[in-house]
Design a protein around this ligand. Structure first.
Ligand SMILES: [Zn+2]
Length: 288
């Protein structure tokens, strides 16, 4: 975990933020009603089996890199790598989010079979066809569920905006989401599945969480989520990838740049400066 001072970045030791962490109360973080009896898969099991083949899964996060070898490793999950701690009820984790899971499966299958890293953007119209608007929202809600589980795991409060988004809102006023690709992930991930570290900000006194950044990838392309406490989202961060038929893939050199939101120039069209979620050249220009 990291804390941002005004000009420098300070890396904290494990435990330094324990006093801020929200303890699990045994209830599902989405509905806040039923008992949390299930752990969301960090990676969908079908995806894992398909993507892994006989290779190992490399998982970066929680301050280290771990590896699962072979498909049998998925079922055993000895190190708690594949499933999050139990934080959702069965209804929310399955029935309520079925359409999210479906949209994600389509997306990850596309990423697995298409070389999108060097493209300016991802065409959701191509992936989903006519219902792309609904399906792209469902995809974003899949990632919302994923990031919510990670926030619980890291002891962060789950923002109300995230719950409302899963419930059907079409935006999150205190968060930003973008499609990303990260060079350092590309170098190690191959076709595997990778999670970024969970980056967390506090105030200077370390008495409050101020925000977080996390990302999840298929190969080296994925979704970045940033949340700001008390709706302190800065100007220019109000566009969400899921509102565009062909959102830009934002390029980062490494995880630190990803955390800071510092994009590098894309290889594909260097005279563009890169704005998070700027529609790509073959997206609809009127939303630019
Ligand atoms: Zn629930």
């Amino acid at each position: 975990m990291a804390m941002e001072a005004e000009s420098s970045l300070e890396w904290l030791s494990p435990g330094d933020l324990d006093h801020l962490k929200v303890s699990p109360d045994g209830r599902c973080w989405w509905c806040r009603e039923r008992a949390s009896t299930t752990g969301e898969h960090k990676y969908k099991q079908t995806d894992l089996a398909r993507l892994m083949g006989d290779d190992s899964l490399i998982w970066a996060g929680d301050g280290g890199t771990r590896e699962i070898r072979g498909k049998s490793g998925i079922k055993r999950d000895r190190y708690g790598v594949v499933k999050f701690p139990k934080s959702m009820c069965d209804t929310c984790n399955n029935a309520r989010s079925q359409s999210f899971d479906r949209a994600y499966t389509t997306f990850s299958t596309y990423l697995d079979s298409t070389w999108v890293r060097i493209q300016p953007g991802v065409s959701f119209e191509e992936i989903y066809g006519d219902p792309w608007q609904k399906d792209t929202l469902d995809l974003a809600r899949y990632y919302g569920k994923h990031f919510g589980c990670r926030m619980v795991r890291s002891g962060l409060p789950v923002p109300d905006s995230l719950r409302a988004f899963l419930d059907g809102d079409d935006d999150m006023p205190d968060a930003h989401t973008a499609l990303v690709t990260t060079d350092s992930v590309h170098r190690v991930a191959g076709k595997g599945l990778t999670l970024s570290s969970d980056f967390v900000w506090t105030n200077r006194e370390r008495t409050e969480f101020r925000g977080c950044v996390m990302a999840a990838y298929v190969g080296s392309v994925g979704v970045r989520y940033q949340w700001w406490a008390e709706r302190q989202r800065p100007e220019g961060w109000d566009s969400q990838f899921f509102h565009f038929p062909t959102p830009v893939i934002n390029c980062f050199e490494d995880e630190q740049a990803l955390m800071e939101g510092r994009t590098r120039r894309p290889g594909w069209f260097s005279r563009f400066s890169q704005w998070l979620n700027r529609p790509s050249s073959h997206g609809n220009a009127e939303q630019g």
